[in-house]
Design a protein around this ligand. Structure first.
Ligand code: GLU
Length: 374
């Protein structure tokens, strides 16, 4: 392909990559058991790339792979049976990944995460350290959501999103999303006239795309992939989206699929990305329109004078949601005061406050906003 050779070159030589594989690319035709043949094909391509890059795999398929072994006739819908299927299927997945990588003398390592694991900074760092150590030891981390304990309220949503968060957590240089479609089209590729989109530079390129911004119902699950890709690019990680059938050329030369560019002016550093998209928040602070302008457009710290309401109980150092005048979330940040102290000083000018309360409520360096929302 002749387009965006620089980005494709960058993707093909990135040193640390996250490779996300969807359920249908890991399971048999019914989608009820792991397919060792498909896993071997994936591992063959990953093993080649591992000669030059560190690879972290995000593997779906736990629920699907548990259906057959449990003797169920279809994909379960209730949470308890889904979790039971995931518990069974995860064993099969781990076994197959392990046996397949063993052909190359590599150990596969199972890393199961919940949203609350990475919502807490300490635990997120812990996961990051473990993955890093596995990498140094030459193992291949195989990450999935810990489906057996994730609840419907507290989960990542889907593994596309998980892969973007993991890519940020491990400081990846590129994210590869593999599913059963060879890339992004402007509408369902099964429809006549669907146009293939080789590269996405900004939200503009997604205008009119059925799976584009705005979260319209996805085509073949494309909406979650596009959202995950744009999430990763917000953290400065370029993305290649294609089918698992294309994994060989995708990992070797990035010559296939749709690529998503990063945009310098919209980058968030790793902490700000974590605060905005991963962190558990301890409460919320509502601010007035002037303060919204100061923190969003002005890049300023949030001061007590702009705070109109304090929601919940939190301690200094916790992450809080920052709400606009209408109660809509505009960002998140590390709060400098307890909820109790903040209730006492909200709405007051800094100069009127005693010395110990003259610091920012949320310092600009620890305030992350959705202004350049993806
Ligand atoms: N964690 C789920 C599983 O392993 C997959 C979720 C997803 O594919 O988005 O079955």
């Amino acid at each position: 392909m002749s387009f965006s050779p620089d980005l494709r070159q960058q993707l093909s030589t990135a040193k640390r990559i996250v490779v996300k594989i969807g359920s249908s690319s890991l399971t048999d035709v019914d989608g009820f058991r792991t397919s060792r043949e498909k896993i071997d094909q994936i591992v063959d391509a990953v093993a080649v790339r591992m000669r030059t890059s560190d690879v972290i795999v995000v593997s779906s398929g736990a629920v699907a792979a548990g259906i057959g072994p449990l003797g169920l006739s279809s994909r379960p819908h209730d949470l308890a049976t889904k979790q039971a299927a995931a518990a069974v299927g995860q064993v099969h997945l781990a076994n197959d990944w392990g046996a397949s990588f063993a052909r190359y003398g590599k150990s596969a390592a199972q890393v199961l995460l919940t949203a609350s694991d990475i919502g807490n900074r300490e635990r997120a760092r812990n996961a990051q350290r473990t993955i890093d150590r596995l990498r140094q030891l030459g193992c291949v981390p195989i990450v999935n959501e810990n489906d057996t304990v994730a609840t419907s309220e507290m989960h990542f949503g889907d593994n596309d999103r998980l892969s973007a968060l993991v890519a940020n957590l491990v400081g990846a240089d590129a994210l590869f999303l593999f599913s059963d479609v060879d890339g992004l089209y402007d509408k369902n590729p099964a429809q006549p006239g669907a146009r293939f989109l080789p590269e996405i530079r900004s939200g503009q390129d997604l205008k009119g795309v059925v799976a584009g911004d705005g979260g319209k119902v996805g085509t073949g699950g494309m909406a979650t992939k596009v959202q995950a890709a744009r999430l990763a690019t917000r953290g400065n990680i370029p993305v290649l989206l294609t089918s698992a059938d294309n994994i060989g050329p995708a990992l070797a030369s990035a010559s296939v699929g749709t690529v998503f560019h990063t945009r310098e002016e919209k980058h968030l550093n790793s902490w700000k990305f974590w605060a905005l998209y991963c962190a558990d928040s301890g409460g919320a602070v509502r601010i007035d329109a002037g303060a919204v302008d100061a923190v969003v457009s002005g890049g300023k710290s949030l001061l007590a004078v702009g705070v109109t309401e304090v929601v919940g109980e939190f301690a200094p150092g916790e992450i809080v949601d920052i709400l606009g005048p209408e109660g809509n979330i505009i960002g998140r940040g590390e709060v400098g005061y307890s909820a109790e102290d903040l209730r006492r000083i909200k709405g007051q000018q800094t100069a009127q406050l005693p010395d110990e309360f003259r610091r920012a409520v949320v310092h600009a360096d620890y305030l992350s906003n959705f202004a350049s929302r993806i």
